[in-house]
Design a binder for this molecule. Structure first.
Ligand SMILES: *Cc1c(COP(=O)(O)O)cnc(C)c1O
Length: 396
């Protein structure tokens, strides 16, 4: 019989029923330290009291009105995002991929109203992940996600990550925009050199192209700054945000300069649910927490501790770990044995970690992780690595 639940996921046989801070509890009562945070979503831990209060308070007042009316929560949250980033304007969505969809529409529309309707091509990078809508899978360029879904959408050109010559070759009279994750998440926690990102900025300025940063995973404190772009000293024209913005409540956003957004006039875009009062109540509380003095200091302190400890861990287990990569609390462990086996073994030890491309184990703990919890996580990684070494030795 065909499963009642569409089988597009190869799900692990564990169901979590409760969360508290950095810990998850399964149906059978087993406790797990969560170094996955719902893929960088539960940035404030599970059942964060301030987010729970914001949501329940709003839930008893008003859930939904439609974007035909003013939504005060959108007004306050957009002001906070504008005040603390390069952006002049914000549009709220329900998900990351919808933010990508709008970013692509906005970039094309910018060229259209600038007298360049022929410019609609989007340049993206190998290993990218931008979500699962039709435009997003075409921008992501992953064959596995494209196969069987009809012709590829016209206007997407993909080049090797970090290859400026290839970018220069791919950019032509039809190019509208370049889209890039400053630090690739799903692709394997792969960073781009700051000089490369800066060169993209210059290329976009020289040629009148729109630079889009996909900060859906890197944004909102994950790398130790409000956004990863804040490490670079320059900004994109459009930025997509989601994941941590709702701490688990579905919400995304597109941030843009007034110039990049100039084509998005009344009627050019819309959404039924995007930015609804529940999402905005949670989003406002989440942003308030990130912007509180000390929040990012804590992220950087824990991240420094983690990177230092993981350096020692990988040195101690050279047959298991190849290297540590990433920035802030977005960390990748490049594995020698199968990353899938390691993830399964870690889970048996009570530690949740995530897969990523390039045989990488990805660590995305809550940003509120304590140093004691970080130490526990390192110990569990160490235990898992030792077990795998012992198994390997026994098999020989
Ligand atoms: C998760 C993710 C997306 C897609 O977000 P959804 O909310 O799953 O649609 C897009 N880009 C990046 C970089 C992501 O990490």
């Amino acid at each position: 019989m065909f499963p009642a639940l569409l089988p597009t996921y190869n799900r692990t046989d564990v169901a979590f029923v409760r969360g508290e801070g950095s810990y998850l509890f399964a149906e059978d009562g087993k406790r797990y330290l969560d170094f996955g945070a719902g893929i960088a979503v539960n940035a404030f831990g599970h059942a964060n009291p301030r987010l729970v209060a914001a949501l329940t308070d709003q839930a008893s007042k008003l859930w939904h009105t439609s974007n035909l009316y003013r939504v005060p929560g959108q007004e306050s949250l957009s002001k906070k995002l504008v005040a603390n980033t390069f952006a002049d304007t914000v549009f709220f969505t329900n998900s990351g991929t919808e933010a990508i969809e709008l970013a692509i529409k906005m970039a094309r529309r910018y060229q259209f109203v600038s007298g360049h309707p022929e410019r609609f091509h989007i340049v993206s990078f190998e290993g990218a992940f931008h979500g699962r809508t039709y435009a997003a899978i075409n921008a992501g360029g992953n064959e596995k996600y494209l196969e069987g879904f009809g012709p590829r959408m016209p206007g997407f050109d993909q080049v090797a990550g970090g290859d400026l010559d290839a970018v220069n070759k791919a950019v032509g009279p039809q190019t509208a925009a370049i889209i890039i994750e400053p630090l690739q998440g799903e692709g394997g926690v792969r960073a781009f050199a700051p000089q490369f990102l800066r060169a993209l900025r210059k290329l976009c300025d020289d040629k009148g192209l729109v630079l889009i940063f996909d900060e859906i995973q890197t944004g909102l404190g994950r790398t130790g700054k409000f956004f990863a772009t804040d490490w670079l000293g320059f900004a994109p024209d459009i930025m997509t945000v989601a994941k941590a913005l709702g701490g688990g409540f579905p919400v995304g956003a597109v941030l843009a300069t007034a110039e990049a957004a100039k084509g998005m006039t009344v009627g050019t875009h819309g959404t039924t649910y995007g930015g609804n009062p529940l999402a905005m109540a949670v989003g406002n509380a989440a942003i308030d927490m990130i912007l509180e003095p000390g929040f990012l200091d804590h992220v950087n302190k824990i991240a420094n501790y983690m990177h230092q400890q993981l350096g020692a861990l990988t040195a101690a287990h050279p047959d298991i770990f190849e290297s540590v990569r990433g920035q802030g609390l977005m960390i990748g462990l490049k594995m020698k044995p199968s990353s899938t086996d390691f993830i399964t073994a870690a889970r048996a030890n009570g530690l949740i970690v995530l897969p990523a491309g390039d045989n990488v184990v990805r660590l995305l703990p809550p940003l509120t992780l304590s140093e004691a919890e970080a130490r526990t996580g390192i110990e569990l990684l160490n235990k898992t690595a030792s077990q795998m070494e012992a198994q390997k030795a026994a098999a020989q």
